[in-house]
Design a protein. Structure first.
Length: 344
């Protein structure tokens, strides 16, 4: 079997290799990984790893984050490298926010606000966007620690500029008890993001209008249909879902929080899970004493790209196009952005 072959090649590397996989990967890939986690856990594992090579079964921004954390202080490579089995595995949400567009919006907003806004960027963003954030005193966040990071700055009386996921940040502010008016959305392509000076000056947080096209498709109708089909089921949903939908859930949380909710529940409990289908199917298999239904099946095409064939090809030939190398010049600022998050 191909997975046996992968394991054979993997064994030859011993501690010099670490294969990481995100929970949304196919099960054959997960079976070949040394560790599986959500974005936050995988960033921590990459930061702590001493392995010469990290193979990242996930999407590009995750591999870039691992590369950023594996460099020397000054950004130069220090004998470690990061590899992505499918170099085309990206994240459409990350692509919705480019560094020049964010920089221009941040400059304009800070001018109208009369103070520099603190940027907070979701890890689902490019290395250039993280460097922009680090340069201007901000921090990265994941869906696992977003509430903590945003609260940290809001509690200091700061006003924030959050990108790229409007839904994650709207959910975070709702859960922190802020009214909907606390968030203003910057709409790309409109003068001053379509916001008035008054709106900019009164909002606690301005959010970029990006979203995850996969999770953002959940609707209120999905919830009513699923609840009617499975009365009494507990609904747990990823915070990339639109806020009016997430507000109907019993719990929102990162992939780790969703897994923990299922694991800690009583035998016999029924769940509706609002996130990527590979994870939902694995939960159903791993917890046979509980009943797990998808809120509605959704698949991230980019996460689904990585195949066992590609992983085997990588481990046997190490093709250059699979090597992920963030430009040296932006690593220090991008690293500051990610390390601020890990320290919070
Ligand atoms: P997590 O932070 O929950 O791992 O989510 C990453 C992601 O890409 C979700 O779409
Ligand atoms: Fe990006 Fe959404 Fe896929 Fe996550 S699920 S990698 S946010 S497109």
């Amino acid at each position: 079997m191909i997975t046996d072959e992968i394991r054979q090649y993997r064994e030859q590397w011993g501690d010099r290799l670490l294969i990481l996989g995100h929970h949304y990967q196919r099960s054959e890939i997960v079976a070949c990984c040394d560790a599986v986690g959500d974005s936050l856990e995988l960033s921590r594992l990459a930061a702590d790893s001493k392995a010469e090579r990290i193979v990242f079964c996930g999407v590009r921004f995750m591999a870039e984050t691992a590369d950023i954390l594996s460099r020397a202080e000054d950004g130069r490579p220090c004998g470690r490298s990061v590899w992505l089995p499918d170099p085309a595995a990206g994240c459409p949400m990350a692509d919705m926010a480019t560094e020049p567009a964010l920089e221009a919006a941040w400059q304009a907003l800070s001018e109208v606000a009369g103070e520099p806004l603190v940027p907070v960027v979701y890890v689902n963003s490019s290395a250039e966007v993280k460097a922009f954030c680090g340069r201007h005193g901000g921090s990265a966040c994941t869906s696992g620690n977003g509430r903590r990071v945003v609260k940290h700055f809001l509690d200091q009386g700061k006003r924030l500029f959050f990108a790229p996921d409007q839904h994650l940040c709207t959910n975070i502010l709702r859960e922190l008890g802020y009214p909907p008016s606390a968030v203003a959305i910057w709409r790309r392509g409109l003068e001053l993001g379509g916001l008035t000076a008054d709106r900019i000056q009164t909002a606690r947080l301005i959010a970029w209008d990006g979203c995850c096209p996969i999770h953002a498709g959940y609707t209120i109708q999905d919830v009513s249909t699923a609840r009617a089909q499975h009365p009494g089921a507990r609904l747990v949903i990823h915070p990339e879902a639109p806020s009016p939908v997430a507000a109907l859930a019993d719990q929102t949380g990162s992939t780790r929080a969703i897994i923990d909710a299922v694991r800690r529940s009583d035998e016999g409990e029924t769940f509706l899970v609002g996130t990527e289908q590979h994870l939902v199917e694995r939960l159903a298999r791993d917890f046979p004493g509980k009943t797990i239904h998808p809120l509605r099946p959704i698949v991230c095409g980019d996460m689904d790209r990585t195949s066992p064939e590609q992983l085997l090809e990588l481990l046997t030939t190490w093709p250059e196009e699979c090597l992920v190398q963030v430009p040296d010049a932006i690593v220090p600022d991008a690293r500051t952005c990610v390390e601020r998050m890990l320290a919070l």
